[in-house]
Ligand binder design. Structure first.
Ligand SMILES: Cc1cc2nc3c(=O)[nH]c(=O)nc-3n(C[C@H](O)[C@H](O)[C@H](O)COP(=O)(O)OP(=O)(O)OC[C@H]3O[C@@H](n4cnc5c(N)ncnc54)[C@H](O)[C@@H]3O)c2cc1C
Length: 539
């Protein structure tokens, strides 16, 4: 099947197709086989997979595989190039593919919609893998409007789920990551992604999974293994050891169904932006916001966005400073001010009834004003595009505004997220911001970053933006990324999630006992090592 036909059938999202085209020059399938797999094994696996899903859904030559090999992360040595792709439509087909993978010892890399942008897209951590693309498994199996739950397949997108709720007048919200329209709740949750309503910590709001294990058996977690249970999507824990977490950021199985909780649409939704004028305001903002988050007076995971990150969404770098010049605070401040932004812009919302929102708002205003922030609402921000973007996200709405980050520098669309965790304390954030700026500056990159303020934690989300069409810049970005991970790690600041380019490095930071335990589990349940070797540093 040609790329055109794939796209016609909606299998390659517009962005992947576009990205694949942009990446044609750099995507070099070196044809490296996985360790221990011969050419004949690979050919045998491809042939057998064709007999399961049909010729048109198996891709084994470099040109056809290209769309699954496009990455934004630095990959100067071409390690993250898949060797094939297979697109099953049913759980039974997934089971057959797993049996074939075991027979030929051919590793497979499962993805849901494969839009893990800035973490590796659809591409595998190590060479020689066949991408197991689950996009065709895209059924919404159940929505329970009373319980506020759903059960979906991996290929379902956030857009599809939202359309389903809207079309059926079901008053439930979804919670989206910033690239919601094209991404999937299953893929995002399995990588422990975040969104921006009160249901933003996605794994917390997941409930029940169906998993194809590496031996091709099917496991249903929680209440899912009880015949006749009506509580699979209602009660997370089931009985005995809780295992759902084992299937996130791991390579212990292939998730073919997932339950989620959906938030009832509140009668009143009121978004805010807090504008702070100085880079040095970081600790004040965190100290002011933490008690509001811990007490849930502010119920949503909020985003504290640096001016440079915000500008990068809608502007190009050379609109702020000439090419080759450092991105200085004075120029950023000037551009931010001209666009109604501060040096830090913190977005949160209140959800409830007229009475509850009216009662909470003054408490919050007092606290944030005391931190030196200007408290702004839709009344003041009007049609400001940044406010509109975040206000949309915080009510589970969909847009792709942030993809603009990929245009910040040059034509090549290079992006790697570095996401170290910290406790939600002002001094920690101040230290992280200072260190990140020093390292990025040393390597010639910009501090385009945000903090996602969770309940008690901070995800410092640093977008390392570079021009991927420039091989020298790609190498520099690679070195900068390694430096960030290593230097932050020495201070106890490790990543909550990372891209295929750095899974081994981050796994090392979590220590040998942790690694040995993961390896023990891996060997026990996947002795042939066929599911996603290298994912999270687990071989
Ligand atoms: C501008 C921009 C903004 C972004 N904003 C956010 C954000 O706000 N929040 C956020 O979390 N992310 C964000 N991202 C990162 C990323 O694009 C999203 O997390 C996206 O949801 C991940 O892609 P996906 O849903 O297609 O998952 P996939 O790419 O399909 O899956 C992610 C990973 O999970 C594993 N996996 C997937 N499916 C399965 C399965 N069925 N069984 C076993 N393992 C599986 C695989 O290892 C896979 O690589 C952003 C990216 C960009 C470029």
């Amino acid at each position: 099947m040609s790329e055109f036909e794939l796209n016609r059938r909606g299998l390659i999202g517009a962005s992947v197709l576009g990205a694949a085209m942009v990446g044609l020059a750099s995507c070099d399938n070196k044809g490296t086989l996985a360790p221990g797999v011969s050419k004949a094994d690979f050919a045998g696996a491809i042939k057998a997979m064709r007999s399961v899903v049909g010729d048109e859904w198996v891709f084994g030559d470099p040109e056809a595989v290209m769309p699954w090999g496009k990455v934004y992360v630095p990959d100067p040595n071409g390690r993250h190039v898949p060797l094939g792709a297979v697109c099953p439509r049913t759980v039974e087909e997934v089971q057959e593919i797993v049996r074939i993978a075991n027979k030929y010892k051919q590793p497979i890399w499962p993805i849901s919609t494969g839009k893990n942008m800035g973490y590796g897209m659809a591409a595998p951590a190590t060479p020689g893998q066949i991408v197991l693309d689950l996009k065709r498994m895209n059924r919404i199996l159940e929505v329970d409007a009373d319980l506020g739950t759903c059960l979906i397949e991996p290929g379902v997108t956030y857009q599809q789920l939202k359309d389903y709720l809207d079309d059926n007048n079901i008053p439930l919200w979804i919670d989206v990551p910033t690239v919601g329209p094209i991404a999937s709740p299953v893929g995002n949750t399995l990588d422990r992604g975040v969104g921006y309503t009160p249901y933003g910590e996605h794994f917390t709001f997941q409930c029940g999974m169906e998993v194809v294990l590496p031996n091709a058996e099917i496991l249903r977690t929680g209440m899912g293994s009880i015949e006749g249970s009506t509580a699979w999507q209602a009660f997370k824990w089931g009985y005995g050891p809780y295992v759902d977490g084992l299937f996130t950021q791991s390579n212990f199985g292939i998730v073919t169904k997932m339950g989620m909780w959906l938030m009832p649409r509140p009668p009143v939704y009121k978004p805010f932006m807090i504008r702070h004028d100085n880079m040095a305001d970081v600790p004040k903002i965190i100290e002011a916001m933490r008690p509001l988050r811990v007490s849930s007076l502010v119920a949503n995971c909020n985003l504290m966005m640096s001016a440079s990150y915000q500008l990068a969404m809608f502007k190009r770098r050379n609109e702020i400073v000439p090419d080759g010049q450092p991105l200085d605070d004075a120029s950023v401040k000037k551009a931010a001010k001209a666009n109604g932004l501060g040096m830090w812009n913190t977005y949160f919302a209140l959800y409830g009834t007229e009475q509850t929102v009216a009662a909470i708002e003054p408490i919050i205003r007092a606290q944030l004003t005391a931190s030196g922030g200007e408290v702004l609402t839709a009344a003041e921000m009007g049609d400001n595009p940044w406010f509109h973007h975040h206000a949309t996200l915080m009510e589970g709405g969909l847009n792709l505004d942030e993809i603009g980050l990929l245009r910040w520098r040059g034509a090549g669309g290079g992006l790697a997220w570095f996401a170290p965790v910290a406790a939600a304390k002002g001094a920690e954030a101040e230290g992280q911001t200072k260190l990140a700026r020093e390292i990025l500056d040393k390597h010639g990159f910009d501090y385009t970053a945000a903090y996602a303020i969770g309940w008690r934690d901070l995800h410092h989300i640093i977008a390392l933006l570079y021009d991927k069409s420039d091989p020298e810049q790609e190498k520099k970005a690679d070195a900068c990324y390694q430096d960030l991970v290593t230097t932050f790690g020495k201070k106890g600041w490790a990543s909550y999630r990372t891209g295929v380019n750095s899974m081994e490095l981050v796994a090392q930071q979590y220590g040998q006992t942790n690694r040995d335990f993961n390896k023990l589990l891996k060997n026990a349940i996947d002795p042939n090592g066929v599911i996603a070797p290298g994912k999270s540093g687990i071989a």
